[in-house]
Design a protein around this ligand. Sequence first.
Ligand code: LLP
Length: 442
Amino acid sequence: PRTVDRDEEGRLTVGGVDVVTLAAEHGTAAYVLDEDDFRSRAADFRDSFAAAFGPLAGADVYYAAKAFLCTAVARWVAEEGLHLDVCTGGELAVAQRVHFPAERIGFHGNNKTVAEIRQALAYGVGRIVVDSLQEIDRIAAVAAELGVVAPVMVRVTVGVEAHTHEFIATGHEDQKFGFSLAGGHALEAARRILERPDVLALRGLHSHIGSQIFDTGGFETAAHRLVGLHARLADEHGHHCPEIDLGGGYGIAYTSQHTPLPTATLAQEMAAIVGRELAAVGDATRMPRVSIEPGRAIVGPSTFTLYEVGTVKDVELGGGHARTYVSVDGGMSDNARPALYEADYSCTLASRRSQAGPRLSRVVGRHCESGDIVVLDEYLPADLEPGDLIAVPGTGAYCRSLSSQYNHTPRPPVVAVRGGRSRVLVRRETIDDLLALDVADA
Ligand code: LLP
């Protein structure tokens, strides 16, 4: 449960700390992460999926590090008993730094380097999700070199593409990830792995259909196809994959237009889907465990970005209409999602109460681009003025992790709040950090 509230003076408080204090201590812009919220979402996924999949062979929840990772978060994920999905040597290095249990790590990526494969196998990760035939050979070679058997999963292109709201059930073979099921490549990859039992162990089948999904229909199609391949491998090769992974992608509410399923309901629907598909192919004694990889749904809602208003400007639109442009001390460098995906956010005046009427406003950043939008349309109080603080909720996923230093802008810190205290998880970048990479006498 999230502890965002207003104090007597109308200041937003989170984790027992008000935003005016946060801004004074850490500056703005800043990502403010509610540790209890993160932990309770992680625990909710863990418990809901364990309960729903209990009657089947159980479920594992991999937190998708790409949404946001730092050492503190990796530690929380380990402490909450979740698994971790990484997709680069960099993300794996963060996990290694906190001694994240290796067997609970899954390694993804469509073009892992040999160095990354070596890093993963030397650390002993629980599984590597393979994405090409060349990679199967590379992993086999590194496993032979290290004298280990590499646990691998085959990433399957199940022909389902999920968009923000809808999924389209045909014709999405044309993308870079995975082995095509329709083309028979997934079966070929599995066979290639089964031919090398000295160095490769086929641990399971994987699919990921997309992100910010609100409907389980796409997962149903994916489960149907994965289970079909699973059964075929059992029939034709006598190989029972111990695991099936349905990927991540569970949507969150960025604005009031989105209504995600409660996690317990989601888990029950997913278990019903998988249960039906497995029952249809029989052999209940060798039921695979199921895994999922939520990133956004765990970290997204845990964080808001705190900005300070710098300027407020009215622009005449003609016909008696005007729009108020509110510039804040951040923008597309700390949240690229509006520019990249036309993503919608909401925001609120966070530092005080206002009795002024609402005014249609557009919150924009400080970068030299007109597409540098933070919140496209929001009703903010008409008396908004420089120095006011604005909070944009739901910025925990793919904001810091997709951030840039565009216009030589140092990136904001990530500040955790809990029990009335705040602490820095990732410090604010400085101009010196940026200049440190620049070879001055080149
Ligand atoms: N598993 C795999 C294999 C993935 O590729 C992804 C996300 C996830 C899990 C986690 O998905 P989630 O539960 O967070 O939706 N930058 C985009 C999202 C890209 C997602 C990439 N893969 C955005 O900001 O919306």
